[in-house]
Design a protein around this ligand. Structure first.
Ligand SMILES: [Zn+2]
Ligand SMILES: [Zn+2]
Length: 288
């Protein structure tokens, strides 16, 4: 067996995005699980990293600077790209992520305004703007709005809230292009890996050209080992990684939810392979 010190989890979230644990709690749990290293990869935000570094120094867990960027390409508007090993203080990356956060906040406010206009057109009382804004911890998202509509009795289910209000009142997300994401992370000294590619498609005829295109744009790896990949998806992306000379990484995508992924594992009892950290480090060294 490989030494315990290679045990790593390259995909985790904190309460600064949609995870439940603070960075300190996340890192303490990683230490309890016997993990040597974790990458903290919140969605489009780097705020957890200083606290994670501090907790990592206390607990003896190495922290890799990470981020999970939302990227738009063609018909895919919710591609997730993991950035690793960059300088979190790099100004262009920080500035662009601040703009993404600002758009996310404005998007929720704009959707709420559109919903209220629709409600008024239907002769119904509008939602209480302040109360709905208070219900969201950070940016107001569509699930928050669905909940508010259900609570007021305007929709019996989340699906109907989407069909009747959220889809007609949608404001598009402003995501990065893949080239922009790869450039921002690359200029900050880091590398990019496609997160859980199986959530895009598990059809080889779709994914081979997709992966080849992203590789040509600067992608260095695929998150092959992930709890949403069944063995056939793992085999497909292992094959893609070999064919396109990409590193095979893995992470739990831990969010701190009791029913969700377990730190350090991709399925109950299945640890993330110990090759992922040294392979990522080699690929990053080669890329520089
Ligand atoms: Zn993701
Ligand atoms: Zn994630």
């Amino acid at each position: 067996m490989a030494p315990w010190r290679l045990r790593a989890d390259l995909h985790t979230h904190t309460s600064y995005s949609d995870g439940l644990d603070t960075p300190a709690v996340l890192v303490a749990k990683a230490a309890q699980q016997g993990l040597h290293c974790i990458a903290v990869t919140d969605h489009d935000i780097l705020t957890a990293l200083p606290e994670a570094y501090e907790a990592g120094a206390d607990c003896g867990v190495e922290i890799i600077a990470g981020v999970e960027l939302t990227v738009q390409y063609g018909a895919y508007d919710d591609i997730h790209v993991l950035g690793y090993g960059f300088d979190p203080a790099a100004l262009p990356l920080q500035t662009r992520l601040a703009a993404v956060q600002e758009h996310r906040v404005q998007r929720g406010i704009e959707m709420l305004a559109r919903i209220n206009t629709l409600l008024q057109q239907e002769g119904k009382a509008p939602l209480d703007t302040q109360r709905v804004l208070d219900s969201a911890r950070g940016a107001l998202t569509r699930p928050h709005l669905a909940k508010a509509l259900i609570a007021r009795g305007y929709a019996p289910t989340t699906q109907q809230a989407f069909d009747h209000f959220l889809i007609p009142c949608n404001v598009p997300k402003a995501a990065l292009s893949p080239e922009e994401a790869f450039t921002l992370v690359g200029q900050a000294g880091g590398v990019c890996v496609l997160a859980h590619p199986g959530t895009l498609s598990t059809d080889p005829e779709t994914m081979h050209p997709f992966v080849a295109t992203f590789k040509a744009m600067g992608l260095i790896g695929l998150e092959v080992y992930h709890h949403r990949h069944y063995p056939d998806a793992i085999a497909l992306f292992q094959d893609c990684a070999t064919r396109y000379d990409l590193v095979a990484t893995g992470g739990s995508d831990y969010h701190g939810r009791p029913e969700g992924a377990v730190l350090g594992q991709i399925a109950p009892g299945y640890a993330i392979p110990e090759s992922v950290l040294p392979d990522l480090q080699r690929a990053q060294a080669k890329g520089r």
